[in-house]
Design a protein around this ligand. Structure first.
Ligand code: ADP
Ligand code: MG
Length: 684
């Protein structure tokens, strides 16, 4: 249970004065549902109203207030050209004050050549020059605050409004006992958490305060993971030693890659230990993780235990089921599938088979951890796409076996090294860093969306050769619904040309519908699969050797890499066409260029982290423990190792959550909503 002291922070945002139903929507869009969300809604910048009369080199991009001397007012003969007021700071640096669409007469009323004026506005670099568009002219001595925070906003909100809410939120924030190790606190000169929060909102450039708050969040994350880890260590597992009788009968059409063989060896060694395995397998799309999973599951079955494979989606669960049934055909084992869709008698019989042990391997979605599902002897759980598997799931899993099952987590999203710790805590790691032979890297091109016709023609030629293609539709941020509309529109325009060879699959479809479309595509009946991002993970159709991604600049790099991994699975040259919008930022350009340049998922992941922050890689808070809203990627990289040590120290030396610092840390777990780990203390 959340400590009462935090209640004022976890009240709904409407508890704040002046926040009514009218603000519900804009606040919701920013994810500000509770007072705590408002308190943690950190400013993105500030308006600097500290009076000064010199420009600084760093001013470009900032909003400042400054006293200038007017030198010249330039109008152009063309009525559409702006009026430019040339003004100089105390050192003679020139900045243009630019007025669009306003008569020069009006502008001349505002300024007098030779006189001083105090203005405020955002400084921009324009070629070699600095300019401020439509500056605000300040009264002499006006402006009460020195720095005014600017907040990320949605329509219907202003920074001032948000600032007012933040002030109330901070007022409500309780003083909390200190959870940071005293020597660390002293060494960094960090304020207490509440003071830190207040300081950031008062001065967004306060790096010390930002670091403190970021640290709190990272520390809570690391503590939660350390608790799980400690719990896993404490629990008894059971060594599983396979005798090879099933693996020997496997008839693989190919030899294992070196990386696969090495990884199986590592897993086999772990499984033989009594301590439960906790291993993360990272392997790029197509590196052959499924086979590794299959072999690991066979070892468990050889040892007389049951194995389960958890997939993130219904489609993938079904696909894994089919793949494994094929790969393991002829072996004397029983494989079943269980998802939320299975109901009634079929479900009952699966549940019975699990309970009496007649089912050896179960494949499914999260349904396989539901309370009603009990296993005779679950020895190994393989989780595909680990990033959706958080602390809560790990706990549910521990509860499923008589002894704690071994865990193999697989991910195709290559995780930058700095983030592995954040996402998973201490885990052993294997990497499939070698592709099965015969894979040609996917050839990637970036094309302007204005050339849609050419792309459609290329698709036509591709289909005429009997090959298949994916067409991924723009990710529209505002709502799922518009995603869908875009995909539907595209499917319709393509169908107008290619007829019933065009299929559509999207996130709003129900399971059976979706599976039916996927099956038609996998069976070759459909030539083009138009999709929202639901095809992102795992889907395997080797004959699909072209993928078109619209508005590629709206996707994260890691996501693009995943999508691109849908092709290049069959041997032969595959292609990826990234369509981009007309106006592209430097960053977007760099990102797309990187996609063109490399197929190396690990490199892409590192760059993605650098270029846009780890939000996407880290997943969302509800699905795991790893999303950070206060720690930026840079801070994360620096603070993670420190927090990991601190968390370990708390558990090993300072008596865990029971001691005085532990009590404080417990509050931090709730404050940052990493409290799933707290339950461990009660159960263990
Ligand atoms: P992922 O790591 O993305 O899950 P998969 O397990 O789906 O990759 O494997 C991709 C493809 O590679 C599959 O068609 C699989 O049969 C094939 N494959 C896996 N291992 C090998 C191997 N050692 N040699 C050749 N092909 C392989
Ligand atoms: Mg896979």
């Amino acid at each position: 249970m959340r400590p009462d002291i935090l209640n004022p922070l976890f009240a709904e945002v409407t508890a704040l004065k002046g926040v009514g139903a009218g603000l519900a929507k804009p606040l919701d869009r920013l994810g500000l549902a509770r007072v705590v969300d408002v308190a943690f809604h950190l400013p993105s910048g500030w308006i600097d109203r500290i009076p000064r009369d010199e420009l600084m080199a760093q001013d470009a991009g900032r909003t400042i207030a400054i006293t200038l001397t007017v030198r010249d007012i330039r109008t152009s003969s063309s009525p559409r050209a702006p009026t430019r007021v040339q003004a100089a700071d105390a050192l003679g640096n020139i900045v243009s004050l630019v007025y669009f669409g306003r008569s020069s007469g009006l502008v001349r009323k505002l300024y007098t050549v030779g006189e001083q004026v105090r203005i405020s506005g955002k400084v921009e670099q324009y070629g070699q020059d600095l300019q401020i568009i439509h500056p605000e002219i300040l009264e002499e001595g006006g402006g009460s605050r020195e720095r005014e925070a600017i907040y990320p906003l949605s329509e219907g909100l202003t920074s001032r409004r948000v600032g007012g809410m933040v002030a109330q939120a901070i007022e409500r924030a309780p003083d909390l006992p200190e959870w940071i190790e005293p020597s660390l606190l002293a060494q960094r000169d960090w304020p207490g958490w509440k003071e830190a929060l207040a300081r950031i909102h008062a001065d967004p450039s306060d790096a010390v305060a930002r670091a403190r708050i970021a640290y709190d969040e990272v520390f809570a994350n690391q503590l939660a993971l350390a608790l799980v880890r400690q719990d896993t260590r404490k629990r008894r597992g059971r060594g599983l030693r396979g005798d090879g009788r099933l693996r020997d009968r496997l008839n693989l059409p190919y030899a294992l890659t070196g990386a696969q063989a090495r990884t199986i060896g590592e897993i086999e060694g772990d499984l033989a230990q009594d301590a439960p395995m906790l291993r993360l397998l990272q392997g790029d799309v197509g590196s052959g993780k499924t086979l590794v999973a299959a072999l690991a599951l066979l070892i468990a079955v050889e040892a007389g235990a049951q194995g389960a494979l958890l997939a993130p989606t219904e489609i993938l669960a079904r696909q894994h089921y089919e793949t494994l049934r094929e790969t393991l055909a002829g072996l004397p084992i029983n494989i079943a599938v269980l998802t939320g869709r299975d109901k009634g008698r079929a479900r009952e019989s699966t549940l019975m088979g699990l309970a009496d042990g007649s089912i050896d391997i179960l494949i499914g979605t999260h349904a396989i951890f539901q309370e009603a599902v009990s296993y005779r002897d679950l020895g190994l759980v393989v989780v595909d796409e680990q990033h959706r598997f958080g602390v809560a799931e790990r706990l549910a899993l521990s509860a499923k076996g008589k002894t704690t099952p071994h865990l193999l987590a697989m991910t195709a999203t290559p995780i930058p090294r700095t983030l592995v710790l954040a996402q998973h805590g201490e885990m052993d790691q294997s990497r499939l860093d070698e592709m099965p032979p015969g894979r040609e890297p996917v050839e990637t091109r970036v094309i302007s969306e204005e050339r849609l016709d050419e792309v459609v023609n290329a698709l036509g030629r591709h289909l005429a050769e009997g090959k298949q293609a994916y067409w991924v539709c723009p990710l529209v941020e505002e709502s799922e619904k518009s995603d869908l509309a875009a995909a539907e529109d595209r499917a319709a325009t393509l169908a107008a040309r290619f007829g019933d060879r065009v299929g559509l699959v999207h996130g709003r479809m129900r399971g059976p519908e979706k599976d039916a479309v996927m099956a038609r595509f996998a069976g070759g009946e459909l030539g083009v699969l138009v999709a929202t991002t639901v095809i992102e993970v795992g889907v395997n159709v080797p004959n699909a050797t072209l993928i078109v991604i619209e508005h590629a600049d709206r996707f994260g790099l890691a996501q693009l890499h995943q999508l691109r991994g849908r092709v290049g699975r069959g041997g032969g040259q595959s292609r990826c066409l990234l369509m981009r919008g007309a106006a592209l930022s430097e960053t977007s350009r760099a990102r797309l260029a990187l996609m063109r340049e490399t197929n190396d998922g690990f490199r892409i992941a590192e760059e993605d982290l650098r270029l846009r922050g780890g939000g996407e890689l880290l997943g969302t808070r509800q699905s795991g423990e790893a999303a950070f809203r206060l720690a930026t990627p840079e801070l994360l990289g620096e603070l993670l190792p420190v927090a990991a040590d601190d968390a370990r120290l708390l558990i090993d030396r300072d008596g865990g959550l029971a001691g005085p610092r532990g009590q404080a840390a417990r509050v931090a777990l709730y404050l940052f909503e990493r409290d799933a780990g707290v339950a461990l203390l009660r159960s263990g």
